[in-house]
Structure formats: C-alpha cells, structure tokens
Design a protein around this ligand. Structure first.
Ligand SMILES: [Zn+2]
Length: 179
C-alpha cells in the first residue's frame, strides 16, 4: 500500500496498471451505488493525455464540468442524491447519483454539456442506467464523438487513425486557451 502511494505521488509514473486498478475501483463503486440508490449515475473524467493529468488544466476542466452538471440538473429539476469526488494519480474523477426520471434524458443533458461547454470536448460524462448499462450515444440517436485532433468520426476499427501525443497535447492546450 505504501509502495503504491509513493509511486502514485510521482505524476509521470502513471502507467497502465494504475489505470487498470482505477477502472476496477470505479466499476465496484458504480455497482454499490446502483444497488443502494436505484438511480442513474454519471461518471465524470477529464479527457486529456495521461502525462498532463493532475495539472492545473485538468482541475480547471474538472471544476467547470462539475459546475455544468449541477446547472444542468437544476435547470431540469433533478437533484444530485450523492456524489464522490476523487483526485487520483490517474486524474480527477467524480461519480454522481442523480434523481432523474430518465437515464436517457440524463445522457442527452450530458451530451449537451460535451457539445456546448467551451471545455466540453475535454470532458467525459458517462451515464449508467439503473440496470447498470452504459447509455450510448447511439441509444440516444446522437452521433459519435469526433476525433479531438482532426474532427473526423472516431472509428475504433480504424487502426490507421492515430495522432501523436504531441499533436494531441497541443490541441488540448489550444482548447484550454479559449477559457
Ligand atoms: Zn483524428
């Protein structure tokens, strides 16, 4: 445990194992909350390259995303039943339990943030319904997200579609500089 913590403190050493542990933690928490609250969840992470995780930039995106989520709920008379915010070596993440009549409407509201907020392209707001299923964009008749760098449709089967980390980081910084 101590070994892990000291490793986690070194920001540049956030490797695939940390991400794997992180995902397992998150799935466990999601399942517990679905059982105890019986309401849809939003899992929020910041979409920036690993090696700039936990910088002031990722916290700015994160804080603004949380604010946007609360505003979206207030506008629709939904309430945040509970939430957990974690600042992890892999970047900040939050899980919200939302008292809403519909997970699909919740997904549509989150997509709206991803599209309309000035930092929305750098936010990942995933919705899980009360049965534990992730609500997809297709399920809401919404198009897939575009590639952050070139704006093309992102096809996971298109292995030729790669951009270098440098290109990715400079695009993230360009979006962030608009704030
Ligand atoms: Zn691209």
């Amino acid at each position: 445990m101590m070994a892990k913590r000291s490793r986690a403190n070194r920001r540049t050493d956030t490797g695939w194992l940390d991400h794997l542990v992180n995902v397992e933690d998150r799935i466990h928490r999601q399942q517990e909350w679905l059982k105890s609250h019986g309401q849809p969840l939003v899992t929020f992470t910041v979409k920036i390259p690993n090696n700039i995780d936990n910088t002031a930039l990722s916290h700015t995106i994160f804080d603004q995303g949380i604010e946007a989520l609360y505003n979206a709920c207030t506008e629709r008379d939904w309430t945040v039943t509970t939430r957990q915010i974690l600042y992890k070596p892999t970047g900040p993440e939050a899980i919200f339990v939302i008292d809403t009549p519909s997970a699909s409407l919740l997904k549509a509201a989150m997509i709206k943030i991803e599209h309309s907020h000035k930092l929305g392209q750098l936010m990942d707001l995933n919705v899980t319904d009360t049965d534990g299923h992730t609500i997809s964009r297709a399920g809401c008749q919404m198009p897939r997200r575009k590639c952050l760098v070139c704006g093309r449709d992102k096809d996971i089967f298109d292995h030729s579609h790669h951009h270098g980390l440098k290109e990715h980081i400079s695009k993230v910084k360009e979006i962030a500089s608009s704030v």
